[in-house]
Unconditional design. Sequence first.
Length: 114
Amino acid sequence: MNTPSRSAHVSFQDALSKGEAPEGELAVPIFSHGTLEVELYTPVGHDMQTPHTRDEIYFVARGKGQFFDGSTRYAVAAGSFLFVPAGQVHRFETFSPDFAVWVVFYGPEGGESE
């Protein structure tokens, strides 16, 4: 991951070309700056996520599926935006084989206060 002093650009294709997630991780690190971390998540088969310690957002880049937030399921497809507060149960379900999401973590451990 890099920490530039100027603006940055990473295309979806460039992110995909980084290959598989590092051992023990679910997503590929793409960019970081301060508390901001951007990853590309391309789950295969099952989404094995557990609740995260920081707030996060997702942008669905490709494919479609369902997002479960611990109580409700939502249909998602390319272009969808999702926010998940720190500590909340969530996962993607019944997603297409080409499913890919940008994942953005930010802020302090435990999430931001309102």
